[in-house]
Design a protein around this ligand. Structure first.
Ligand code: ADP
Ligand code: GLC
Length: 484
């Protein structure tokens, strides 16, 4: 029998996206619905959603939310996409802003959101078996559900899954958040359960109070138990390691399908790969003002430009990379140093390198389709969505062996011909350049080997099918019900 699961997150496709979390929220619930579960999603109603999707929203009603000193109205909306019901929490002051996160009052905004989500359950009178919370924005939900509704058995019988998509973003706030915004007393600080330094941590609350914790790849689930990757949460994670699962992400293969993708210059599959790649490369070169040639390998990079993504290994070695006689297309925004370095690259290597500074989903599709190689040398990577899309579009990933990159990219073995990409282990630029050079050499000199790699990349199962099945197992396990 199917379970009912409410996914709570700070972003989700097809409504709003800043990174891979949105890809997951747009695809995993859909995969679960297809497996017969009642999976729904709730998100804050940001300006970006109102601008693009207002006509799809159905207004459900308004209630007053009380959480500590917060006494504010929440208006709920509903929409359907791909068979999944999405709910939205509207509060003009908190959510109708230019961006999603990164504001001074994020603690208050997401305290309100979490409480409004929990209140929504009785308002719509839909009682899920499981609430599946994601990242710091939703980490307080398991504790709030228990502490703020202690005498309501309906809340007490809900089970909680908490998924960590990135250990670095923890939602750490001052201790006064407890009475002012969360309606909780100081005992949760005093007993240490959500204490972090001198304040509290939403992420730690999720780790301590959820029934099960997951993260987005098996390797990352081991890495975060160590001091190097644990972002100072490794001790509490080790304490809960028995309940920690590492489940690798997939991608939405309806949205990301080179055979049907309307944003490409030419559709292709594994058989028509060569001509498809060529046509998309030409279209991208034309669009971005690159030299129009199919002789040079094209390296793509679509990413947040932050230290996590290993971008400084790249910016430090631009001359060596461009010296390989390649074309390089970078799409992304982020830290000023990285952006400036790529702006310089574009000036220095006119016609061979382009930096598009911005967020552009349409262009991302074309870059994946046009690239021969996809560079993703992350210092750490919980899962990574970019390399999965790249493989599916016949762009071979060049990655560092960490987190989900290690779990999803099988490095080329020149003796057996096996593999679906290239990888290196140490987080240093020499190894990255060496591996990239080797990959470029394969492209230039080993056509049969390259073809085999592309074939194996494009036929690697990057869909949600398998992983949705693992989440299903997890839900069955925590619901503790015999299966009908
Ligand atoms: P993270 O979530 O850490 O940023 P992921 O690899 O999991 O990294 O997911 C990134 C997602 O965001 C991918 O779908 C990628 O294509 C997309 N993306 C990143 N930067 C941009 C951009 N500037 N324009 C369009 N899409 C982007
Ligand atoms: C985070 C991680 C990324 C992961 C994504 C979705 O943004 O940085 O590795 O793929 O979440 O889980």
């Amino acid at each position: 029998m199917g379970r009912s699961i409410l996914f709570v997150a700070g972003e989700g496709l097809p409504f709003v996206k800043t990174g891979g979390l949105a890809d997951v929220i747009g695809a995993l619930p859909k995969a679960l619905v297809q497996k017969g579960h009642d999976a729904r999603v709730v998100l804050p109603l940001y300006s970006k959603i109102i601008e693009k999707h207002y006509d799809k929203l159905e207004r459900l009603g308004t209630i007053q939310i009380h959480s500590g000193w917060i006494d504010q109205p929440a208006t709920y909306y509903k929409a359907e996409a791909d068979g999944v019901i999405y709910y939205f929490v509207e509060h003009q002051g908190y959510f109708e802003r230019e961006g999603l996160y990164g504001y001074e009052d994020d603690g208050e905004r997401f305290a309100f959101f979490q409480r409004a989500v929990l209140d929504m359950i009785y308002f719509i009178d839909w009682w899920p078996n499981i609430i599946h919370s994601n990242d710091w924005q939703t980490g307080m939900i398991p504790l709030m559900a228990h502490a703020c509704y202690a005498d309501d058995y309906r809340y007490q019988s809900i089970k909680h899954v908490y998924t960590i998509h990135n250990m670095a973003f923890q939602g750490n706030f001052g201790v006064d958040m407890l009475p002012t915004c969360l309606g909780l007393d100081y005992s949760y600080f005093d007993d240490g359960s959500i204490k972090f330094d001198t304040g509290i941590s939403f992420m730690k609350a999720g780790i301590v109070y959820a029934d099960k914790i997951t993260t987005v790849s098996p390797t990352y689930s081991n890495e975060i138990l160590t001091e190097t990757y644990g972002e100072r949460m490794d001790a509490v994670l080790r304490y809960r390691r028995g309940d920690l699962w590492g489940i690798v992400n997939g991608i939405d293969t309806d949205l990301w399908n080179p055979k049907t993708d309307k944003l490409l210059a030419k559709n292709f599959d594994v058989k028509s790969y060569a001509s498809g790649k060529k046509a998309n490369k030409l279209a991208l070169q034309k669009k971005l003002g690159l030299e129009e040639t199919d002789k040079k390998p094209l390296i793509g990079l679509v990413s947040r430009l932050t230290n996590q993504k290993g971008v400084y290994m790249i910016t430090d070695r631009i001359r060596e990379i461009m010296g390989m006689d390649v074309q390089f297309v970078v799409l992304g925004t982020g830290e000023a140093n990285a952006e400036n370095a790529f702006k310089w690259m574009e000036q220095e290597y006119k016609g061979q390198a382009v930096y598009y500074c911005g967020y552009n989903e349409d262009l991302a599709h074309l870059i994946y389709a046009a690239s021969d190689l996809f560079l993703m040398p992350s210092l750490y990577e919980p899962c990574g969505i970019g390399q999965l899309i790249a493989m599916h579009y016949g762009a071979l990933p060049v990655v560092r062996e960490t987190g989900g990159l290690k779990d999803t990219v099988q490095p080329f073995n020149q003796y057996t011909g096996e593999g679906n990409g290239f990888s290196f282990w140490a987080a240093n630029a020499d190894d990255m350049v060496y591996t990239l050079r080797w990959a470029v050499e394969q492209y230039n000199t080993n056509r049969p080997g390259w073809k085999g790699l592309v074939k194996s990349a494009m036929t690697t199962d990057v869909s949600w099918n398998q992983s949705a099945g693992v989440y299903e197992q997890l839900y069955y396990e925590i619901c503790n019900w015999p299966d009908e």
